[in-house]
Design a protein. Structure first.
Length: 94
């Protein structure tokens, strides 16, 4: 596959769902793309589920795909962490 300069089609191109021939704003859906279009999930999770089905590992891939769909539990916005720290210090200083 040649490099696809179009940012909008990049996720589809990376998983093999789209072919970019010449024009970076135009492409054709592959078989993988047609299957992924029917799935209500992210392209990467969809390809994981599709390959899990092909290789007989669908149950394991469902678990991994569910984990990939969640927000990272360890990431936290800085302002919220700062507010929590202020509440703790206010409680300790009483």
């Amino acid at each position: 596959m040649s490099g696809c300069p179009c940012i909008a089609c990049s996720p589809c191109w990376q998983v093999g769902a789209l072919t970019c021939k010449g024009n970076p704003h135009d492409g054709d859906l592959t078989f993988v793309g047609r299957v992924l279009a029917e799935m209500p999930v992210d392209t990467r999770v969809g390809k994981l589920l599709m390959l899990g089905h092909v290789f007989g590992l669908l149950e394991e891939c469902l678990i991994v795909g569910a984990a990939m769909s969640l927000k990272n539990i360890f990431s936290q916005p800085f302002k919220r962490r700062l507010e929590a720290y202020k509440c703790v210090t206010a409680y300790c200083c009483i």
